[in-house]
Every structure is written in structure tokens, then in C-alpha cells.
Design a protein around this ligand. Structure first.
Ligand code: NDP
Length: 237
């Protein structure tokens, strides 16, 4: 556990899965946490009630709505950008609008949220983006566009680390492998294929990802920036 008492935290995309685990972990560690959601109102309100956090409806694919939400939180000590979508399938068949929406949520939103947060963030603040091990490795067909979005996160993290470093603000990507969520259920049709790529042959748990996020958000991680912290059961090994 890290003591986040008095820390002002915003999680972009926190209603379900990995984001919800991050909201739970940082709330339990004492932070004042707000999180956004787009479609899962009931899950968001339940999570807010059970953790003492604040749920804000804000679509990360809507640039102005996203920027207004980040600006409205004032000086954030920690920004976690978790919202993401996954579109897999034959590149020649996939719907172009679905691909562009994924790029909006997975690439454009992290960039605009990080830059907007940095305007008011105090020195020593923390920005953490949930990327993916698929930013490094995509060992099956049908994942080109998703991999594109997660590789793009890497370039952003490298560059913004240079921009914000003089203020002691760190920015890092956490790169999970398969994690048991609605996006990638441990009992889903892709599970056996996923496990074949792993050294540790199981899905990760959302709380395992949240633990790494808490470390990067905490006081011991002030010298880690511009990095990709892979937590993938050996998927990319
Ligand atoms: P889920 O689909 O289980 O949850 C996605 C979360 O993101 C939900 O809270 C959802 O909120 C939110 N979200 C999605 N679109 C938007 C939007 N437009 N605006 C605001 N919030 C949004 O996914 P995971 O928890 O599995 O994934 C979280 C992150 O981790 C993603 O970036 C994903 O790419 C990454 N990741 C996941 C892996 C996995 O195996 N699960 C592996 C590697 C990376 P709502 O339902 O309210 O819209």
C-alpha cells in the first residue's frame, strides 16, 4: 500500500475492468479519485458508491468533452488514462469507422488528456497510460490496428517525458498482456491462443495491473519516466 492521502486523481475510463481496479486501489490507498465512463452508468455509480470515488460521464472520443473534464478537475497529482477499445479482425473486412473510433479513444484521447492535465499539474505529478504488450508484439493476425494504437502510445510517452521532465512530472505506459476483463475474458474464445504465447499460462488480474499503476503513481517512482512497464506473463519474452 502507498499513502495517497490528499492526492487528487483522475482515471479516464474507470467504470469496468482494469480501470475499475485502479479506482478501487487508489481510493483504498487514500486518494481523492474521480473517474470517467462513457456507456456503463450503472457500473460506474456502483463503483463510486463502494469506493467513495466520483463518477463523471465523459466520452473520451469527444475531444472537447475530454479536455473540459480534465480541466475541470484542477491540479491533478495523478492522471491515469485507461479507456480503450479493441477491434480485431481481418484488416480487409473491418469497418473503417470502428477503426477510427478506436484510434480516437486509444491514441487521440491519451494525448489530449495528458497535455491538458500537464497545464495545471503540480511539479512531481504522475501521468500513466495503459498501453499494451501488443505495442511491442502482435503474434497473431487481425490485430494490426490495435497494435498501431498501442505503439503510438509509446511514441507519445517518450516525447511527453521530455516535455514534462523539467517539472518532475513523469509519464509512463503500463503494458498489460491478457487480463481477465470484459474486453478479454479468461474463458473467452481467444483464451487458449493467448495462453500459448505466455510463460505464465493464465490471464492476469486487474488488481495486478492496478498494483503496478499504484507504484508508478507513488513517491518511489520519481525517476521512472518515458518508459514502458510490461506486465504480461511473458507474452513479449
Ligand atoms: P474493458 O472493455 O473491460 O473496460 C474498458 C473501460 O474503458 C470501461 O470502463 C469503459 O467505460 C472505458 N471506456 C471505453 N471507451 C470509453 C470512452 N469513449 N470514454 C470513456 N471511457 C471509455 O477493458 P479493459 O479493462 O480490459 O482495458 C482497459 C485498458 O487496458 C484498455 O486501454 C486496453 O486496451 C488495455 N489492455 C487490456 C488488456 C486486456 O487483456 N484486458 C491487455 C492489454 C491492454 P464504459 O463501459 O463506461 O464506456
Amino acid at each position: 500500500m502507498t499513502d495517497f492521502a490528499g492526492k487528487n486523481v483522475l482515471v479516464i475510463g474507470g467504470s469496468r475492468g482494469i480501470g475499475a481496479a485502479i479506482v478501487s486501489r487508489l481510493s483504498a490507498d487514500g486518494a481523492k479519485v474521480a473517474f470517467t465512463y462513457a456507456g456503463s452508468r450503472e457500473a460506474a455509480l456502483d463503483l463510486a458508491a463502494s469506493t467513495g470515488s466520483e463518477a463523471i460521464r465523459s466520452d473520451a472520443a469527444n475531444r472537447q468533452e475530454l479536455i473540459d473534464t480534465v480541466r475541470g478537475r484542477g491540479g491533478l497529482d495523478v492522471l491515469v488514462i485507461n479507456a480503450g477499445t479493441l477491434v480485431l479482425g481481418d484488416a480487409l473486412e473491418l469497418d473503417a469507422d470502428a477503426i477510427d473510433h478506436m484510434i480516437d479513444v486509444n491514441v487521440r484521447a491519451p494525448y489530449h488528456a495528458a497535455v491538458e492535465a500537464a497545464r495545471q499539474m503540480p511539479d512531481g505529478g504522475r501521468i500513466i497510460v495503459i498501453g499494451s504488450t501488443n505495442g511491442d508484439r502482435i503474434p497473431f493476425a487481425g490485430g494490426a490496428a490495435y497494435a498501431l494504437t498501442k505503439s503510438a502510445v509509446q511514441g507519445m510517452v517518450r516525447g511527453l517525458a521530455r516535455d514534462f521532465g523539467p517539472r518532475g512530472i513523469t509519464i509512463n505506459a503500463v503494458q498489460p498482456g491478457p487480463v481477465d476483463t470484459d474486453m478479454n475474458p479468461a474463458d473467452g474464445p481467444m483464451a487458449d491462443t493467448m495462453h500459448s504465447f505466455l510463460a505464465i499460462k493464465r490471464h492476469g488480474r486487474p488488481d495486478e495491473i492496478a498494483g503496478l499503476v499504484a507504484y508508478l503513481a507513488g513517491p518511489e517512482a520519481g525517476f521512472i519516466t518515458g518508459s514502458f512497464q510490461t506486465i504480461d506473463g511473458g507474452f513479449a519474452a
